[in-house]
Design a protein around this ligand. Structure first.
Ligand code: NAP
Ligand code: MG
Length: 475
């Protein structure tokens, strides 16, 4: 059992002001794996005060000191590889291969990439008669979701520490134990007390408390659009800066010269990876009319290469949904697809055969989906793909851009002009051509209702800084 019924405040684990706890469930077994404290506003106040007290000295450290700190954090993170993998598998139900190859390194990469960029980052700049100095923003409140337990916390934390800001983190109640392990990492790396504070508890108490706290200067949030709106409303009361990383309904534009097997496997991997619980997942495959039948046949041929099952089994590609609630949401969307005029290619409602225990869904593909259908417009956050056909590339680009989101976009094909035209026309924060791996130094974030602000690398650091102009500075 992973019991952590304390908060980490001012460099030590402290009891909560109340004894209430929250159970944490392994979604593959439906069994309780531990409990965390359900924090109170008083606990949050103490954490904010600790961060406030630590700010004057931490914000005055040099960038070299902070870059060294980030590298020490990365070293300590690496020493705990097996622990991170075990914890993420247990609390998220993330399969062993995906956890090892994707979940584990993503958190690590943010600390390494930020350390490297920080050494070359300019905190000052001279213009005509002005001197510009970028100061740390102050105390940041960080609120994270469950789908990548170390990735989202790590990108925010690496940027905050690089900028010289101090923080209070509230992780998701679904996956709180990866953040406990991060705390161990920071202690081992010698992070000064009060720079990092962890308060566990619900979004409605601790999350709401962060976004309305008068002593918090900046809220960095990753999660759903509905909660993002509430955070903005609270933050508006005292003009608090917010950064929001929200949802998506990202397109995969398959060009007419794409290899059809490659395109189909790309699309399947987007809904199968992390059980489709990925904000950047490509969940709308836009396929030329002339390629449609071959594409659907290729999907049928390859779908069994992405088996759903026990996260501990090395042959498993897709695990369960994170919770029963998420499973029900996904099931409702699959039913909505079945009730529409779309055609079910594979999958459907219910659990896959032999997987009655655990919140498992079937990998589900619909075709003949219309661009405005519910399943083509709303984020499902599960393993559901909508295939939409197009006549020419201009139509594909229009359809690709035709949602309220703009987090990511994918292009698959060969012709360099068409790849370039499509990639440059998509209105999204991150476009991936032919499955190129991620660049952790480049900005990450969304257009439209996918969010406000950018994370990762130097763009991430900028979010935690306030530029100050001084004119007439004696030289
Ligand atoms: P969520 O319900 O928005 O929760 C995210 C975090 O916000 C959790 O820690 C949650 O606490 C907290 N929260 C809940 N209500 C709050 C409130 N009133 N005020 C402040 N915080 C509050 O989202 P989720 O279900 O965890 O994650 C799924 C969603 O996140 C999807 O829509 C997905 O697209 C989005 N997402 C976006 C990105 C990105 O980078 N753009 C990445 C991952 C996920 P609890 O522990 O109580 O739930
Ligand atoms: Mg859980």
């Amino acid at each position: 059992m992973y019991n952590h019924i304390q908060h980490y405040i001012n460099g030590q684990w402290v009891d909560s002001t109340e004894n209430e706890t929250i159970d944490v469930i392994n979604p593959a077994t439906e069994e309780k794996i531990g409990e965390i404290s359900s924090g109170t506003k008083e606990d949050l106040d103490k954490a904010v005060q600790a961060a406030r007290d630590a700010f004057p000295s931490f914000s005055q450290t040099t960038k070299e000191e902070r870059a060294d700190l980030l590298d020490r954090i990365a070293d300590e993170y690496e020493k705990r590889k097996d622990k991170f993998i075990e914890v993420i598998m247990e609390e998220l139900g993330s399969p062993v291969n995906f956890t090892t190859e994707v979940q584990y390194p993503m958190g690590l990469n943010h600390f390494r990439a930020t350390a490297k960029l920080l050494r070359d980052f300019d905190f000052t700049e001279k213009r005509e008669n002005s001197f510009i100095q970028k100061d740390a923003i102050g105390v940041a409140g960080l609120i994270t979701p469950w789908n990548f337990p170390t990735n989202q916390a790590s990108t925010k934390l690496a940027s905050a520490f690089a900028a010289g800001s101090t923080v209070v983190l509230k992780p998701s109640t679904e996956t709180p134990f990866a953040a406990v392990l991060l705390t161990e990492v920071f202690e081992a790396a010698g992070l000064p007390k009060g720079v990092f504070n962890l308060v566990n508890g619900t979004g409605s108490t601790i999350g709401d408390g962060i976004s309305s706290h008068p002593d918090i200067d900046f809220v960095s949030f990753t999660g759903s659009g509905g909660v993002g709106t509430k955070i903005m409303e609270n933050a508006a009361q005292d003009i608090k800066k917010v950064s929001l990383e929200l949802g998506g309904k990202s397109p995969i534009v398959v060009l007419d010269d794409a290899d059809v097997d490659y395109a189909a496997k790309t699309a399947i991997s987007h809904i199968a990876g992390n059980t489709g619980q990925v904000c950047t997942a490509g969940t709308r495959a836009l396929v030329p009319e002339s390629m449609h039948d071959d594409f659907i046949q290729a999907v049928k041929n390859h779908i069994s290469e992405y088996p759903v099952g026990d996260p501990k089994d090395k042959s498993t590609f897709t695990g369960p949904q994170v919770s029963e609630d998420q499973w029900k949401t996904v099931q409702d969307y699959i039913q909505t697809g079945i009730d529409s005029e779309a055609t079910l290619v594979t999958g459907g409602t219910g659990k896959p055969e032999g997987l009655e225990t655990g919140y498992y869904s079937k990998l589900t593909v619909f075709t003949n989906v219309k661009p405005d259908d519910t399943i083509a417009q709303e984020e499902i956050f599960g393993p559901v793909l909508s295939v939409i056909t197009y006549k020419d590339l201009d139509e594909a680009i229009d359809v690709a851009n035709g949602t309220i989101y703009g987090l990511a976009g994918y292009v698959v094909g060969n012709d360099p002009d068409n790849l370039t035209k499509t990639a440059r026309s998509l209105r999204s924060g991150r476009i991936v051509v032919n499955n190129e791996p991620a660049d952790f130094t480049a900005p990450f974030g969304g257009f439209q209702q996918s969010g406000i602000g950018r994370e990762w690398g130097d763009y991430g650091i900028e979010e935690f800084l306030e530029p100050k102009t001084i004119v007439g500075l004696p030289s």
